[in-house]
Every structure is written in structure tokens, then in C-alpha cells.
Design a protein around this ligand. Sequence first.
Ligand code: RAM
Length: 529
Amino acid sequence: MASFSRIENFQVKTNQAFLDKAAALEPVLNKRVIRPERLITVEENPYHEAVVHEAAEMSELPKMSFGKGDKVIFDFGDHQVGYVSFTAVPVGSHYDAPAYLRMKFAEIPSELLEDSEDYDGWLSRSWIQEDTLHLDILPSAVHLPRRYAFRYMQIEVLDTSPKYSLTLRNIYCDYVSAVEMNVVEPLNSDDELLNRMDRVSIKTLMDCMQSVFEDGVKRDRRLWLGDLRLQARANYETFRNYDMVKRCLYLFAGMTFEDGRIGACFFHEPDLRVDDTYLMDYALFFGPTLCDYYEASGDLETLKELYPQAMEQIDICWDTMLDDRKIVIDKGDEFWCFLDWGEGLNKQAGAQAVLIYTMRYAIRMANVLGDQERIRKTEEQMEILKAAALENFWDEKQKLFVSGENRQVSWATQIWMILARVFDKEKSRELILHTMQVNPRIRMVTPYMYHHYMDALIRCGEDELALEEMKRYWGEMILDGADTFWELYNPYNKHESPYGSSMVNSYCHAWSCTPTYLLRKFYRKNGKI
Ligand code: RAM
């Protein structure tokens, strides 16, 4: 299922003062030189899993030379984001032809077993991290111009000539990030798996903190509002880089759709530009993200300045996205609301719940600013929307919420209804436990949706269960070899991809970094771990 939107003659509304504020907050990236730790080989086992074998220590490299058809794989020891350099030196007779190399970068070992010729997904194949290079003059100090996201780098010699081969020297990566790991205290739990989940979360977040909060450093390398909200939450518990959140909020507010709707994602290179994609849930999350930012940073000035736009997102939904019954109009297969990548997931009831959820944050902000009129209006609207949700989406027989014309039952719908607090805590608890028992066929596939599942369990007072589920999901990803958390992880289908091929899946995806937020905010602070 291809999901994207494209608007002909897309018109935007710009607030230059906001964009200038965002530009002034552009971070200077820290650089660190990282060298590979060892040479490896990768092979496929009978279960179609990639198995890594150590081939040699790095100290062996100067003694090795590579001719036509040879491959060497460098393991950089952990996930990296940055610019790779190396020197190629010819050995043998004087070189009589250019060296021709193919380089492949992989976040996880199985990417090295894939052949991009077989790619048939619907996202651009240009995301696959491989390049070829001709070296006309040797020796040659190569500085690759692209930024790569990887742990493993494979160099394949496509050709030299019968008269010479190559040695490879001084290979390193200039790692880049806006933040430094050493400002974050370790979790120090007695449970080593939790410590690892925390560390991997922080590394995921750190790698994605570039000029903006990128969603994924392999792909899409841009700012998405839904991702930002979770990244910002994890950031408040770890790096506490308030400026980067502020910069991203001003970017979204500084360039919107002509009618004031906030775009789902934003490009920051070569210049600032909102994408022509509107997602109802993402636009609404501008409010909660702003509210969280204010509560974490105390920056009242920014709250005041951006509050009107947060409210406007709700007003737009109230005015344009509801039918006479005050339920969200189902736009079916269009890319109009995200929630999760689950195949066939109907978004109608979930979107209604997100609108209600967002209103709670609107009231929180209105309280800070003493906006009584907004509080009164929003409380009234929330009640109307909750009543409409119960009337139209609650199925008393199944004791579950349904969504869409086909009355679909999904995990996402139940979870968002719980987060919207359509029921009180006890009834919500019954609902989540019942959902777990029923295990609806339309499951959660992204760590993004799993985060909301954890949030819902914690909200229902099921902290222990949330911890178990967190270990089962993110912990399992670690056991499957994650150095950073992946964009997609469906324990029931490990090769799942919403893009028609897992070759373009991202394996350092910021919306997956929330265990550190959950562990630090709800468990460590209360002395529970
Ligand atoms: C994908 C990315 C991104 C997400 C959007 C909706 O393109 O994974 O992180 O926010 O979908």
C-alpha cells in the first residue's frame, strides 16, 4: 500500500520571524573520529538470518591486498552517522587502470546480504546506501561526500587490473550529532536488560539529533511532527536540549499550509520547506509537543507565541473533519491520519481519540495562560466528542471500540481511546486487559504505536505489565541484534515493511527511542527500578 500525498501548486503561508528564530537555533554539530574495530564476514543461516563471523583484527589490514572480486567488511562496533574516509594504495606493478569500487553501508548485517537489484518497493531505491567509485589517481585519499548511517561498511573491488591490487588504510568515520553522550547519566538499574534498552534508546535518539530531530538517519532524514513529539519527550529525560525542540516547533509554525494547517513533515535542506503532506494526528500533536516543551523548559514566551497555532489545529479539525454526528469523517485509504503502519488499519476512531487527547493538552496550556474562554469551549467540545465516540464506536457486545464502515477492531483504536480517557481509569484497565486477551488481528507494527500501548498500560495503573511488554518488544529487538532501535518491528513478522521491501526500512529510527523516556519518567523517578 503506497501512502503519500501530493498537492499540485502547493501554496504555503510563511511567518518569516518564526523561521528566523528557528534558523538562529541551528545547532553546531559535534564531530568525533570513529575507527572500525574488526573485519567480519556475513553469511545466511538456514533460517534466513544473517550471521556475523569475525574475519580478522584491524591490525591485519595493512598486510591484506584486494583485487578484482574481493570484498572486505569493516565493523565499526556500533551504529554510526557520519562521513567516511579511507586511503587506497596500489601494490604490484604501476597501476595501469583506475580502481573501481562498490561500497555498501549497513545498519544491520542482513542488509549486506540483500541485492539492491531485487528491490521492488514503492519508496525511492535511492535510499539504499550503496555507491560506486572510480579512483583514477592512486594512492588516493577518499572522503565520501554522503552522510551514511551504518555499523558495517563493505568495500568490494569491482576491478583493478591484473597488474595491481589495493591495500586500504586509515579508514574512519567522522561521526556527527548535535549532542554528546557523556551528559546523560546511566540508568543503573539492577536489571541489565533495562540498562541496555535505555542505552540503545539514547544512542538512537543521539544519532537522530542532527540539525533537527531527524526521524531516521538512513531514511527519511527529516523532521516529522509525530516523531518529534516522542523524541522531545525522550530528550527531556536525557540530553535536555530544549533549543532543538524549540527550533523544530518554530519550523512547523513558520511555514504551514495556506489555510493554517501544520504540515506532517518539514525539510530543512537546502532551505526550509514544509512538505505537502497533512496528517490529522500529526498536526494535532503540535499542541501536546508545545505543552510538553513548556512544562519541561518553563519557556513561557514560546508557549504564548505558538499557542494560537496549536489551538488553530484543533479548531480546523472541529470545523472540517467531523460529520453531523460529531465523529471524524473516515477518509479511508487516503494518507490523512497516521496512527501506525499496520496493514489495513482503519483510522477513523483513532483519529477521533487523538482529537480528544489533544484537547486535554489544550486545556492544560489554556490554564497556564488563563484563557478561560478556551477552557470552557474545549471542555464542552471534549464531552461532545467523547459521547459521540461511545455512541458510534463502542461495541457493547464485543466490549471493544470499532472503527470505520466495516467496524474494524484494532489495537490502535483501543489504545488511543484509553489515552483519550473516554473511560475512567478502571474501565480503561478492563479494556486494555480485554484487548490483550482478544489480541485483535490488526496489530501494532511500529515502536511508535507500541509506545502508546506502554503509555496506555501505565495510565491504567498496569506498570508491571508495561515493563514486561517493554522487555518483550524492545528487549527482543536487542536480542535480535539492535544497536539502535528500528523503525518497524513486528515480532510476528520480522521482515515486515510498509514500503514493499525491507531494504529501505530504517534501523535507527527516533520514534523507537522511548524506553528511556518511559523508564526514567515512570519507573526510576518512583524508585520502581
Ligand atoms: C515514515 C517515517 C516517519 C513517519 C512517517 C509517517 O515515512 O517512518 O518516521 O513519521 O512515516
